[in-house]
Design a protein around this ligand. Sequence first.
Ligand code: GUN
Length: 294
Amino acid sequence: MQLISGTQVAEKVLAECKSDIAQLASLGLKPGLAVVLIGDDPASRAYVRSKDKKCRDLGLHSVKHELPASTTQQELLALVGQLNLDPTIHGILVQSPPPKHINEAAIVQAIDPAKDVDGFHPINVAKLALEDPTGFVPCTPLGCQRLLLEAGIETSGAHAVVVGRSMIVGKPMALLLMAKGKGGDATVTVTHSRTRDLASITRTADILIAAIGRPDFIRAEHVKEGAVVIDVGINRVDDLIAEKGYRLVGDVAFNEVAPKCAAITPVPGGVGPMTIAMLMANTLKACKQLNASR
Ligand code: GUN
């Protein structure tokens, strides 16, 4: 069984970013990312902090907007409008999910698609479906694809089963895996909470992507012997003996699934670090593209 280390692959991606950043610096360019968080969800706060920190570590320009849960739609739209016009900002990310009174779709549509490093804007969703390389692909599925590539997993002709149909992971993951070319050319099945007899489908997967957001959901019975399993889940479960009072578990019951796998990603240290690394990579791409078009 091969343990696919997201920590190691993320380091490689970040090293590539570093050399790109040095090259951009020689042209007088400093890529900038603005991260917007509304409310005080602890998991979202932790993600936003680590995104901001990683930017600074790399020498990117990073601006963090932590807004109260009472922030109005109008105030948020005004901030996005301001960031769209800010020449020092190349990437804009509004942490999802926002509080209930915020219309997230309207916020996403207000972001300049050229700065939409999350790949959530309809223009970028369309570009992914169209296989247009100028678009932005959501960071988590992009990171999963990179993990498969770096681990030497052949996707061409493989049956990839995606569990979960979210706009952030499941749907773009399916589009990436079915796209033509390296890391694609797979036969893709998308399953979700309404799928009948899920295990009978996941058991046919050569590559299984678990993105349901339920702790330990994928069990040994869901997995074929020799499958490759990518665990996207980052679930906090109460743990009284853990220092923070919780621990992180994936969507895959690692201990019982891992022995059946040809390769599997751990949680933590799997997909998580890749999401942040791909965010950095997308921010550099935005900086380069914006500059070429100015
Ligand atoms: N919430 C969970 N993952 C993500 C992500 O990749 N981007 C944003 N904006 N919010 C998220």
